[in-house]
Ligand binder design. Sequence first.
Ligand code: UDP
Ligand code: MG
Length: 321
Amino acid sequence: MRPPLAATKLSIVAPCYNEELVLPQFVARVTAVCRQLGCDYEIVLVNDGSRDRTHAVALQLAQADPHLRVVNFFRNFGHQAAVTAGLDLAQGDAVVLIDSDLQDPPEVIVEMVARWRDGVDVAYGQRRSRAGESAFKLATAKLFYRVLSISTKNTIPRDTGDFRLMDRRVVEVLREMRERHRFIRGMVSWVGGRQEPVLYDRQARAAGRTGYPFAKMLSFAIDAVTSFSVLPLRLLTYSALVVLALTLVMSIVVFVMKLVNPGYFIPGYASIMLTIMFFGGINLLAFGIIGEYLGRMYEAVKGRPLYVIESLYPPVDPRRR
Ligand code: UDP
Ligand code: MG
């Protein structure tokens, strides 16, 4: 049983990258939702090395409202690192992850909290619709979820972002998971417990521009698949088996042809070139895929911190965290 709502604390964690235009509106809407819920709350804004005035705006808001905390990174570490820092610092009995660009409507938090009260450990937002996205983004997102569900055997729900509420127990497990290439929604699925969707309509950005251009999205997708699946490696093994079987068939064909018509194989330039090119390509691909995993192991072994904090507001002695 959860303690009464009035006695619990809710943490709202929001990564911010160049969001100076939306931030005041975002904080106002989240604050309204938290007041309506009537519990204690904190809003943790993580400024991920913005190049605009996001930090100044966040500080200004925080000075006017003790519910706000601001974490400032030394540089841009990426959305997943910003979320990680927020999870590390959040103190609530339940923690909500939400984008600060108002694409995730804060009002949905009310239903997430209700689910949590019912005993659900993770209430994740699942997009019923997506407004204001390009056809290209929708198509690539669809492809991404398909590849992901094939390679992870459907263990990660589709059409979900990081917008979700998590119970403290789940957050504590996540805090133990210091893996480098982070795909947080997958990591949350891995933890288990009662996880249920809350349907919502994803909005268009309130202002500003996306911080996820195509190259970043692609590398995020590769992180997602390689963090949760060794299927690409296994496909290499399978293709090697297929190639070996083909080679066996070919040898038999060649042998028989040699017996029947010894002169047949002299003009073999084209077939030899094609074969060399084909296997050259397969080899390069194999190295590339193995390299993806090897590089990730290399980075994991280095064990560097996932982010570097420049300052906190209100200032807290980092050694006491
Ligand atoms: N964001 C971040 N660091 C980045 C890029 C984005 O903290 O390097 C934040 C951004 O402020 C937003 C959320 O992550 O709150 C989602 O990013 P964005 O809206 O740019 O991505 P999209 O919704 O277009 O996929
Ligand atoms: Mg967005």
